[in-house]
Ligand binder design. Sequence first.
Ligand code: COA
Length: 165
Amino acid sequence: MKKKFAVIYPGTFDPITIGHINIIKRALRIFNKVIIAVAEDTSKKTLFTTKERVLMIKESLKGYKNVEIDTFKGLLMDYAKKKGINTILRGLRTVQDFEYELQMALANKKLNPECETIFMMTEGAYSYFSSSLIKEIAHLKGNIKNMVPSPVEKMIKRKFQSKEV
Ligand code: COA
């Protein structure tokens, strides 16, 4: 299969999980380059600052070639236009993701008809993961070892320790 050039993998990544990394690894088999685009404007109240989210991704993907880590403000479609890339990658975990992703893909298509969103099914073992779930487990002092890369595990622990009075 002839590889397409680059794809944008956008998200909040608060924090990146092993599930996200699984999608990135598989995308690298299809695309020459994966641009991980960390959203700065998000309706979510994030635990980590944009800088921290980027740092965790960098630490987790050390040694990975053909991965670019970037941030964006404003509309994803404006960012894609600015980068000159017309393919967006999203992971689908369960049927619950479908409606939200469909809505987002259609809205993005309206904003930029040249841009396609493609979906990759999250592999079974990761399909119940979410960043919020992992943060909750960590906050309650549960084991998140097999859910996040080790640099993320350390940073979550540090973050919750620093929040304790
Ligand atoms: N493994 C594990 N978890 C996964 C996953 C995977 N493969 N794929 C998604 N998730 C989880 C995430 O951890 C996240 O969990 P959370 O809700 O607990 O934080 C959730 O699924 C989905 O979040 P994420 O993938 O980070 O995407 P998002 O929905 O937060 O990000 C943006 C959406 C940032 C891409 C979107 O809001 C956007 O484009 N914003 C820019 C503004 C814009 O253009 N708006 C108009 C859009 S039409």
